[in-house]
Design a protein around this ligand. Structure first.
Ligand code: PEP
Ligand code: MG
Length: 758
């Protein structure tokens, strides 16, 4: 049976056309189960009925025509009950409906099982037999197993466009979805941009004259270098932060010590310049794409972008060849940073990319330019999208194609509202973050994860509440030296003179791995991660802490934060090492420099549930607590924060998480330990409101949320927030909490923030 099942599923999944795959499958199942009929019905939620999609046994004419309402018949009953139905004589069943056109008069026994994917009924699989008999348990088990596997393939078939879930009679039924890359809303016709120069099309060829090829390469490198200079100086007039670092990185890579040198070496091996470029770039891409870390995998796209730009200049083509409409949404397979730079002066309103994530440089740049973007959107043929009017909803990652009148009106209204909101919140950038009844809440930046915004001064943030140090460790081929780290940390500390900068020690492991320090574990989030790694490797920890303390000399605003603390012993050990680093440095440095050394405050992240029950003991050891609500939610709810399958279960508004957060605030207050929160929850209006009421006086978040949160704080009285909190803590599920807070924000006149915040 197992072999038969595997064969049926394998053949089904290999068919490129859904209808023929379904046809083949019903015949195979009928044969394998030795029955007289097998049929598949698929659910159409718009019309609330099942459509007979394939059958071997029912009349051929009824296929694609016969529909059964969700509330009717035996098929409807299977769908509603979400369990198999095994009936010896279907025609006697009260729910049986006689449908003459399917010609099932002679069929009596009926076994139907729902096809369910992630709790959603996608269809019903049935077998029928002339004989009046109940199907055996083995037959039932076979059909259930088959339906479960079919569900997974069918859900993918939807995604790959085999089932038209989007259009019916030329109308778009639902939006295409992807990851929210940059918030905001835009409406304009789509302009599909395909690569002018594409390394994939380069044929590998030897060359005639090495010197000529080297010269061509040199000229292309120079031209590419100057392209990037132009891009970053043009963008530099609009963007003041280091999201433009990507162009610096490109320029460095062009250098003869890097990619440029490797391409030249290949030319010396007799390849022509295009081939040499392709060979080198392809091998880099392969290396990056094989990495587990999502951020680093995204770097493959950067290398491809650089390679294609070089190719463009080798072939002396013009990057922006097509004339663009006055306003447009740029759509491409892989929108890159340089594509954004090429088009941003020309009416670019929104960005849609079939590949990439919010970590892509195109998304980082889009955020810096305040252009709404959706990344990794479900793929649909370009021909269906080009020149179509579309709405980009960068908050929810939704792309509406050919929207109807009412949707257009709704979004036009939102765009106007958003513009007004943006102007409004910008006005308060220099005003204090304080409630109308006088409660001050410090807002700080989360920095380090992307290259964007970290040192932005326009947000009114007071320092950095979380500097994630992982990325400088990731973007390279070995651990950075103490000197390299010192230079980097000095830059960060200097960006916020007189304001505290909280640097977190290396938090790799989990979903963040270093290419040169691979960790393979079955359960990485419960494994060797954060402080566990660095305590096992004091040589890595000490170098990092020494670099931080050294960088702090003359600045004095450093605070050190320890990630993933689950016991008091870890804190004691880490503090011992930090003290050791400090004393070593004070002995090593000359007197003038040693005098500038300051012993930093040391705090811990509260993100592992065990730490919540030792707050008293931990309070005696450290100078501050900062709650990592992203991990705390993951560990309290036992829901992997990166697993799409369980993402609907992941919510920081879960009553248990809220109660834990409230308890932490009470404890910190009782033990007089300064408290902040640096997870995503702080950047949501509802989250910020609840946290402030709990007693979190410091919130750290992405730079682009600071002004919105400040606006919320300036418009909600502290005493009102406390009343809202006491109510919110009484609900029994996250959805109720969400709805309640949304209502309250509406009542407070902050409805416009809800859309962007939750
Ligand atoms: C957290 O866990 O909430 C946090 C801020 O840290 P990270 O997201 O880097 O794990
Ligand atoms: Mg964390």
């Amino acid at each position: 049976m197992l072999t038969t099942l595997r064969r049926i599923i394998l053949e089904f999944s290999q068919d490129s056309e859904l209808e023929s795959a379904l046809r083949r499958m019903v015949s195979q199942v009928k044969l394998a189960m030795n029955t007289d009929c097998c049929s598949i019905y698929l659910a159409d939620y718009q019309y609330q009925h099942f459509v007979l999609m394939a059958s071997d046994g029912l009349s051929k004419e009824s296929i694609g025509q016969t529909t059964i309402d969700f509330s009717e018949g035996l098929v409807g009953l299977v769908g509603r009950r979400e369990e198999p139905l095994n009936i010896a004589n279907a025609q006697n069943h009260p729910k049986f409906i006689y449908t003459p056109e399917v010609m099932e008069d002679e069929l009596h026994a009926f076994l139907g099982t729902p096809i369910i994917h992630q709790r959603k009924v996608l269809g019903v699989l049935t077998i029928q037999q002339k004989e009046t008999r109940s199907f055996t348990e083995t037959e039932e088990a076979f059909l259930v197993t088959l339906a479960a596997q079919l569900a997974t393939i069918l859900s993918n078939a939807e995604a790959s466009g085999l089932v038209s879930k989007y259009t019916q009679n030329g109308q778009w039924l639902k939006p295409l979805t992807g990851a929210a890359g940059a918030s905001g809303v835009a409406m304009a016709p789509i302009m599909v941009v395909q690569l002018v120069a594409d390394l994939n099309t380069v044929a590998i060829e030897k060359c005639q004259d090495i010197a000529v090829e080297l010269q061509r390469l040199q000229q292309a490198i120079e031209k590419t270098f100057s392209d990037f200079e132009t891009m970053s100086s043009q963008l530099g007039t609009i963007i003041s932060d280091n999201s433009l670092d990507i162009f610096e990185m490109y320029k460095q890579l062009l250098d003869s010590a890097n990619l440029g040198g490797e391409i030249a070496k290949k030319i010396h091996l007799n390849w022509n310049a295009e081939s040499a470029l392709k060979l080198v770039v392809d091998s880099y891409i392969l290396q990056f794409e094989s990495l587990e870390d999502e951020y680093l995998r995204e770097r493959a796209s950067d290398i491809r972008d650089l390679g294609n730009r070089l190719l463009l200049n080798l072939q002396s083509l013009n990057a922006v060849q097509q004339s663009s409409p006055e306003e447009f949404i740029l759509l491409a397979n892989d929108v890159t940073a340089s594509m954004v730079a090429d088009f941003q002066h020309q009416g670019l309103k929104g960005i849609v990319s079939f590949t990439g994530s919010s970590n892509s440089h195109a998304a980082i740049l889009a955020r810096a330019l305040a252009i709404p973007a959706i990344m990794g959107v479900e793929r649909v043929p370009y021909s269906k999208l080009d020149k179509q009017l579309a709405i980009v909803d960068g908050y929810n990652g939704e792309l509406f194609i050919a929207p109807n009148e009412s949707l257009i009106r709704e979004y036009q209204h939102l765009i106007v509202e958003e513009g007004a909101l943006f102007d409004k919140v910008f006005e308060i950038k220099d005003l204090p973050s304080i409630t109308p009844d006088g409660k001050a809440i410090e807002l700080q930046l989360n920095a380090g994860l992307s290259h964007g915004f970290e040192h932005s001064k326009n947000t009114g943030a007071v320092g950095i509440g979380l500097y994630r140090t992982e990325i400088p460790f990731m973007d390279r081929s070995c651990f950075p030296s103490e000197y390299e780290q010192t230079l980097l940390y000095q830059k960060v500390l200097a960006a916020f003179p007189k304001q505290s900068v909280t640097m977190r020690t290396l938090d790799v492991g989990g979903d963040k791995s270093l290419p040169y320090f691979p960790i393979t574990e079955d359960n990485p989030f419960l494994g060797w991660r954060g402080i566990r790694i660095t305590l096992d490797h004091p040589e890595i920890f000490l170098v990092q802490v020494r670099a931080m303390i050294r960088a702090n000399a003359g600045h004095g605003n450093l605070e050190i934060m320890l990630p993933m603390i689950s016991s008091v012993t870890e804190v004691e050990e880490a503090i011992r090492l930090i003290n050791q680093a400090y004393y070593e440095l004070s002995l090593e440095l000359d007197t003038a420099h040693a005098k500038l050394l300051v012993k930093p405050k040391v705090g811990i992240m509260i993100e592992v549930p065990s730490s919540i029950f030792q707050l008293k003991e931990l309070a005696e050891k450290v100078d501050f607590f900062s709650v990592g609500s992203n991990d705390l939610t993951q560990y309290l709810l036992a829901v992997d924060r990166n697993n799409a399958r369980v993402s609907s279960l992941y919510s920081s508004y879960h009553p248990s998480v809220l109660r834990a957060l409230n308890y932490i605030a009470e404890q910190a207050n009782q033990h007089l330990v300064p408290l902040s929160l640096c997870g995503e929850l702080a950047s949501e209006p509802a989250g910020a409101l609840l946290l402030m009421a709990m007693g979190y006086d410091k919130l750290s978040m992405n730079p682009h949320n600071i002004l919105r949160i400040k606006w919320v704080i300036r418009h909600v009285e502290f005493k009102r927030a406390k009343i809202i909190l006491s109510h919110a803590l009484t609900f029994s599920n996250a959805k109720q909490v969400h709805n309640y807070i949304n209502e309250q924000l509406e009542l407070l006149g902050l409805g416009g923030f809800v859309r962007a915040g939750m």
